[in-house]
Design a binder for this molecule. Structure first.
Ligand code: GLY
Length: 320
């Protein structure tokens, strides 16, 4: 009889062509730039798209945007973009942000009916004097920029919502409903760093709730002199420590990507008593292309890609 973990690993290998490693306890080194790192198993197809662009000499900014568009368009990834879990009123509301190597940032929150919020966030960054647009204003801007208004609910997301309505209990299940954000960081062959982050947020959240993902410094932060970091999991806990900014500042002060991700998780551990139903995880990359991931609970994975290929890595965690 095979164990659940062996079953998951085999299923994963069939769908992504990549098997999960054992627990990674130190930062992963890359032989050379470019490099890409992203959250969860759905990071594998996203990273494959990103590294293709990077190995062809593309920019980190193009790589992260194109990479995260892959799960945004995939209806089987039910925590990002098209076909996501809706909020408790049956609406899919999306949050995303992007940062480039010059420290520019763009973000959208509470955006409905647009399949690729990350690309709207990039337009906010490049075509407006603002960093964040929200709700109806973000939708209006997207339509003006030529994005198509679409129904994002699928049969599967509608069925999931109807099932949830029967009990209407809000008890997020860690590593399932929080199996959420696709966050990606990349360093291109010129050593420039960018990041992107996109999600439908917590499944069955209150209508109007916005998480960490579109908040610069919480869901994502990049500094071209130091490195980048991005978050996943319960956004409320990431927002309270401005977790991604914290990881980058810790790396600026000499910590490795792994040490910095761990310390950011520990800030949450030290200030919260009951973390049984909370998952948070961070990924980070530094300027030399070292990457890492670390989470509060076991179960977080991250994808790493360089010229040698793509690996899916089991992140080390505080609670085992
Ligand atoms: N980390 C995604 C969210 O909490 O919305």
């Amino acid at each position: 009889m095979i164990t659940r973990r062996q079953f998951v690993n085999r299923s994963l290998a069939v769908t992504t062509g990549v098997t999960l490693t054992g627990t990674i306890q130190a930062s992963l080194k890359s032989k050379n730039l470019p490099v890409a790192v992203s959250t969860w198993d759905h990071g594998v197809p996203a990273n494959k798209e990103a590294i293709k662009i990077l190995l062809n000499g593309g920019t980190a900014l193009d790589a992260v945007e194109s990479g995260v568009r892959v799960p945004e368009a995939d209806p089987d990834v039910m925590t990002v973009g098209y076909g996501s879990f809706p909020d408790r009123d049956g609406h899919i509301t999306l949050d995303a942000c992007i940062m480039d190597e010059k420290g520019n940032a763009g973000s959208v929150s509470f955006l409905q009916h647009i399949k690729h919020p990350v690309s709207v966030a990039r337009k906010v960054m490049e075509d407006t004097p603002h960093v964040m647009l929200s709700g109806a204003g973000a939708l209006k801007f997207a339509l003006e920029k030529g994005f198509k208004k679409e129904e994002l609910m699928t049969e599967k997301s509608t069925a999931a919502w109807k099932k949830w309505l029967v009990k209407s209990e809000y008890k997020p299940v860690i590593n399932i409903e929080n199996h959420d954000t696709i966050s990606m960081l990349a360093v291109d062959k010129h050593g420039n760093l960018s990041g992107a982050c996109t999600t439908s947020g917590m499944a069955f959240k209150m209508h109007g709730r916005v998480g960490d993902s579109p908040i610069i410094g919480a869901g994502l932060y990049c500094d071209n002199e130091v490195g980048g970091a991005a978050a996943t999991g319960h956004g409320e806990y990431v927002m309270r420590t401005l977790g991604s900014f914290l990881v980058v500042e810790l790396m600026r002060n000499g910590l490795s990507p792994m040490e910095a991700c761990k310390e950011a998780v520990m800030r949450t551990v030290r200030t919260n008593k009951d973390l049984n139903r909370v998952q948070i995880g961070y990924i980070a990359v530094n300027k030399t292309g070292e990457t890492a991931g670390f989470s509060l609970h076991e179960g977080f994975s991250f994808a790493h890609s360089d010229k040698e290929g793509t690996t899916l890595n089991k992140a080390d965690s505080y609670l085992k």
